[in-house]
Structure formats: structure tokens, C-alpha cells
Design a protein around this ligand. Structure first.
Ligand code: CAA
Length: 298
């Protein structure tokens, strides 16, 4: 069965990016969130991103308008009843997600695939809450969604081979590069990325190098687009700590344990770019390293 209509739950940074990618790829796309202001913020972000892509010559003005015409926004779940696939990108809370899945399970036809963009929860725990555990997958996108080519297509113990293939082909139809992963904490990217990010925070905590030098070292020495501390700020320190805690709980390996510095920063409200303060202070342009009470000169 071909996919023509896509539902996206959650219109935050990830959800709006996913909706934008789906609409740009030509799918009829319905974005849903709980309140109008959240939808409005998502819609504004999408227009801004499409405009940027048009200015940079990556998208024609006509393609931008076509994408916008494919998009609709609403607070009601009923608009998602006839979607061929629903991608969920709401807050990382299993109860909230499962309440939505159970409601949609009643609304949607039997062919609709349910896909979660979770980066830390178990796909099996969501699939089990529905009567379509065989038609449940993970589709894990990366921030910023319109620019990052990767999608991890996650197969859990109950996912049928047909569902997995449809989801994989759908990710490709979005213009993304899908990779297959098992429903194991961290999938592929976070399994490798999270310990690296935690090690960078540990290196700073232990005085190995300054914030700028740690970041410059990985950018210039390994060709990474961002250094690890800038990337921590970009993803959000609270988000990384949450993912790391779940991975530590699952694997019981010290490499997944968030270092004390990271926890102190989260307690202090240093969430990174979104709060304006993290390893860098974003109140100035360009951002400058924050002191963090460390002895070493930053
Ligand atoms: N839509 C359209 N354009 C966008 C955009 C968006 N959403 N976000 C950024 N851009 C534009 C910028 O505005 C900028 O345009 P100009 O050149 O005209 O200024 C352009 O893209 C390039 O951005 P920057 O100049 O800021 O810098 P850059 O060349 O370093 O690119 C980046 C930015 C793509 C984010 C790059 O730094 C990068 O790839 N960083 C790593 C990101 C990463 O690792 N993401 C994964 C995080 S992990 C995750 O998401 C999953 C998880 O579970 C935690």
C-alpha cells in the first residue's frame, strides 16, 4: 500500500522538521499539537526554514509554496484518522505517548503504520499499548531535521517485515538515508554519540583542555561540524542527561553515566542553546564559553 498522507504528532523542533520534510517530499501532511500557539510556533519555524532553503538555492520558490500547500495544522486527533503513517514526536513521556497511541489505534484503519521518533524510550513499550504491535516501528530523525540526511528505522520484536520495509521505503521517499537498527537503547547513533559527549564533559571537568580547545580539537582534528560541547548545547543538556540515564539504566556501564558537571549544569538551568546558557553563553554573538566555576581559564 502506498503512503500518501502523513500525520505528525507534536509540532516542536523535531515534529515541525519532520512535517516540513514530509510536505517537501510531496506527502499530504497533517501536523497536530495540543494548542494553537504551539502549532503557530511550528508553522513559523517551517516557513522560516523553507525560506532559508529557498534563499540558499536548495529549494525553488514554487517548491516552497507546494510544500506549504501540502501542510495542514490542527489540535484535533480526528484529522489523523485516514493517514497512512503517523509519526509521533511528542515529549519523551511513555504515558503521554501511549495515551495518544491508544486513541489513534481506535481512529485509524488497519493499514496505518505507527512510528515513534523517540530517542530514548523502547519502541516495544509503545507497540504493546496498541492492537497493532506488528505495524509499529521507530523512525528516529536528527536535528535539524530538514538538513540532516539520516533516519534510523527501528525494528522491535513485534514489527512485521512488511511494516519495516514500508517504513524504510517511506524514509527514502522523504529524501532521507535510512539505516536499519534494532530496538535497543540508543539505537545506533546515540549508542556511540552519547558516551562521546559525556567524555567531552568529563574531559572539561578534569581540566584536560578549555571549552574552546576541546571543541576546536574535534572540529579541526576529526572534521566534525561542531565540537562535542557545542553539540551538547545544541541537543540540550537536559535531553542528553535524560537519554544517558535511560541508557545507563539499561546497560549498567559507567560510560553512559552523566558526569557531575553535566548534572549541576542542568540543575542550574543551563540547558544549552534553548535556555541561552550552557557550555557557551548565547546572550552574545558569537557565543562565548561560560566559566562554570571550573578553576581553569576557559
Ligand atoms: N532549516 C533550514 N536551514 C537551516 C536550518 C533549518 N532547520 N538550520 C540551520 N540552517 C541553515 C543555517 O541558517 C545556515 O544558513 P546560512 O549559511 O545562510 O547562515 C546553514 O544552515 C548552515 O548553518 P550554520 O552556518 O549555523 O553552520 P553549519 O554549517 O555548522 O551547519 C549544522 C549547521 C547543520 C547544524 C551543522 O553544524 C551540523 O551538522 N551540526 C551537527 C548536528 C548534529 O550532530 N545533529 C544531530 C544531533 S543528535 C540528534 O538530533 C538525535 C538525538 O536523539 C539526540
Amino acid at each position: 500500500m502506498t503512503i500518501t498522507k502523513v500525520g505528525v504528532l507534536g509540532c516542536g523542533l523535531m515534529g515541525s522538521g519532520i512535517a516540513q520534510s514530509a510536505a517537501t517530499a510531496g506527502f499530504l501532511t497533517v501536523a497536530r499539537d495540543v494548542a494553537e500557539p504551539l502549532l503557530e510556533r511550528g508553522r513559523t519555524g517551517i516557513v522560516k526554514s523553507l525560506t532559508k532553503l529557498t534563499e540558499k538555492g536548495k529549494l525553488t520558490a514554487a517548491a516552497k509554496e507546494t510544500a506549504l500547500a501540502k501542510l495542514s495544522f490542527g489540535t484535533d486527533l480526528s484529522g489523523l484518522g485516514d493517514c497512512d503513517i503517523i509519526i509521533e514526536a511528542v515529549t519523551e513521556d511513555l504515558e503521554i505517548k501511549n495515551r495518544l497511541w491508544q486513541e489513534l489505534d481506535q481512529l485509524c484503519g488497519p493499514a496505518t503504520i505507527f512510528a515513534s521518533n523517540t530517542s530514548s524510550l523502547t519502541i516495544a513499550a509503545m507497540a504493546a499499548a496498541t492492537n497493532r504491535a506488528d505495524r509499529f516501528v521507530g523512525l528516529h530523525f536528527f536535528n535539524p531535521v530538514p538538513l540532516m540526511p539520516l533516519v534510523e528505522v527501528v525494528r522491535t520484536v513485534t514489527t512485521s517485515p512488511e511494516t519495516f520495509q514500508r517504513a524504510f521505503d517511506f524514509a527514502r521517499a522523504l529524501g532521507k538515508e535510512p539505516v536499519a537498527a534494532l530496538d535497543s537503547p540508543g539505537f545506533i547513533v546515540n549508542l556511540l554519540l552519547v558516551p562521546y559527549l559525556l567524555d567531552a564533559a568529563r574531559a572539561l571537568e578534569h581540566g584536560v583542555a578549555s571549552t574552546s580547545d576541546l571543541d576546536r580539537a574535534m572540529q579541526l582534528g576529526c572534521g566534525h561540524p561542531m565540537g562535542p560541547l557545542a553539540l551538547l548545547d545544541f541537543i540540550g543538556l537536559d535531553t542528553v542527561v535524560k537519554i544517558a540515564d535511560i541508557m545507563f539504566d539499561a546497560y549498567r556501564e559507567p560510560r553512559y553515566a552523566p558526569p557531575p558537571l553535566l548534572r549541576r549544569m542542568v540543575v542550574a538551568g543551563f540547558f544549552g542553546r534553548k535556555s541561552g546558557m550552557g557550555f557557551y553563553d548565547y546572550s552574545v554573538d558569537p557565543p562565548v564559553p561560560t566559566g562554570l566555576g571550573l578553576k581553569r581559564e576557559q
